[in-house]
Write a protein that binds this ligand. Structure first.
Ligand code: PLP
Length: 406
């Protein structure tokens, strides 16, 4: 079986983890801060806090932004359940903004319409969570502008998108022969830099771009948010005298000043992360090459290839095709099962969250998000990972040709 995603573990990774095992610290040592600094530097963020999963990262990001009962969080229906569950952990409510039919990301136009309606009902969201689906950045400038207008905070769920970037037209003043002139010059922004959001979250689950087995990270440029997130990661306990309610009782002293959790990453995981980070750009480049090759190989077949906004560079976590079922004499399920039977580990990302039984019980109706529903009826994720070979990719294609011929 060729899986849809697979990690790569090198001898250098094994050595890095072995070194930590033989050291004095298995947790709360020097390697977690080193991993945090490595990721922060790579992305151009001021603060990074490593945690034990992206799910934990989303939870404490919401807590740090003050999400609670009576508040709303909006996200995309086409994402992993964790992007929405984080609101429920905080006692807040969730709603969904339908996807753009080309990028499958939360649609900024529909977001605006929904915000106008919500404003009339006095039900504006406190937080919006754009998800960079498959690794392709959302239109962050547009979402950020709406955030300024309607007063919501933004958490980027970048679980798919470490290593991705986008361009934004940035007005710069240029001295030409005459007077000063403004000219639009594009600026490249790495996902995680936080230019258009409050917080960004990464996942290091093995199917993602780089891995720490389980693991996640929270990035922000806001010092107060970073301190709050670090506190919530570790029981709400501080040893910093500046944060205490009164003077320290002695050298043993700490104070619990908030209700936190144990969401810490281990030193072993961080060592794996530091080692994997050295190959991040190489991984994204290989994924991009595989995506372009898929694009060529799929030419002429009755499938819709992943559309790319030219202002973005995807990290290519997923390569999702949509079956043009009117041209294929088979059902979506038949093609999917045929591919699995031929040893191709295809998958489907994702089942629309509002159709999950847990969410149905909250009153979401199947017709609420028509673009997400249409997507779900046609989508298939083809194998995509850095060590996928061209030969394996050719096998995927010949299996797909067989599966879709009538
Ligand atoms: C994988 C994933 C998560 C959860 O990540 P974990 O590290 O497994 O908790 C959240 N959101 C999205 C979009 C994901 O793909």
């Amino acid at each position: 079986m060729i899986p849809y995603g697979l990690q790569e573990i090198t001898q250098a990774d094994v050595d890095a983890v072995g070194e930590v095992l033989r050291s004095d610290f298995l947790t709360q040592g020097p390697v977690v801060p080193r991993f945090e600094q490595t990721v922060a530097d790579y992305c151009g963020a001021s603060h990074a806090i490593a945690v034990n999963s992206a799910t934990s990262a989303l939870h404490i990001a919401c807590r740090a932004l003050g999400l609670g009962p009576g508040d709303w969080l909006w996200t995309s229906p086409i994402t992993f359940v964790a992007s929405a569950n984080c609101a429920l952990y905080c006692g807040a409510q969730v709603d969904f903004v339908d996807i753009d039919p080309r990028t499958y990301n939360l649609c900024p136009r529909m977001l605006e319409t929904k915000l106008q309606q919500a404003e009339r009902l006095c039900r504006l969201p406190k937080i919006v969570v754009p998800v960079h689906f498959s690794g392709q950045p959302c239109d962050m400038a547009a979402i950020h502008a709406l955030g300024e207008k309607y007063g919501f905070k933004i958490i980027e769920d970048a679980s798919h998108a470490i290593g991705a970037s986008y361009h934004t037209p940035d007005t710069v003043k240029l001295r030409t022969k005459g007077p000063w002139q403004s000219r639009k010059s594009p600026k490249t922004i790495k996902i995680g830099a936080g230019t258009h959001s409050d917080i960004t979250v990464f996942s290091f689950h093995p199917v993602k771009i780089i891995t720490t087995a389980e693991g996640g990270m929270v990035l922000t440029n806001n010092r107060a948010l970073a301190e709050k997130i670090a506190l919530l990661r570790s029981h709400g306990i501080t040893r910093d005298p500046a944060q205490m309610t009164h003077e320290s009782d002695g050298p043993w002293y700490y104070q619990q000043i908030d209700l936190g959790y144990n969401y810490r990453m281990t030193e072993l995981q961080a060592a794996l992360g530091v080692s994997q980070m050295t190959r991040l750009d190489e991984y994204v480049a290989r994924r991009r090459a595989l995506a372009w090759r898929y694009d060529e190989l799929l030419a002429g077949l009755p499938v819709t290839k992943p559309w790319q906004d030219l202002n973005t560079h995807s990290a290519w976590h997923l390569y999702v095709i949509r079956l043009q079922l009117d041209k294929i004499g088979k059902t979506h399920r038949e093609v999917f099962e045929d591919l699995r039977a031929q040893g191709i580990g295809v998958n489907l990302h994702y089942i629309p969250i509002p159709t999950q039984p847990y969410y149905q019980r909250m009153g979401f109706k199947p017709g609420d998000h028509p673009e997400a529903q249409r997507y779900y009826a046609e989508a298939i994720s083809l194998p995509m990972f850095q060590t996928l070979t061209n030969t394996q990719q050719d096998e995927v294609l010949s299996a797909l040709r067989k599966a879709i011929q009538a």
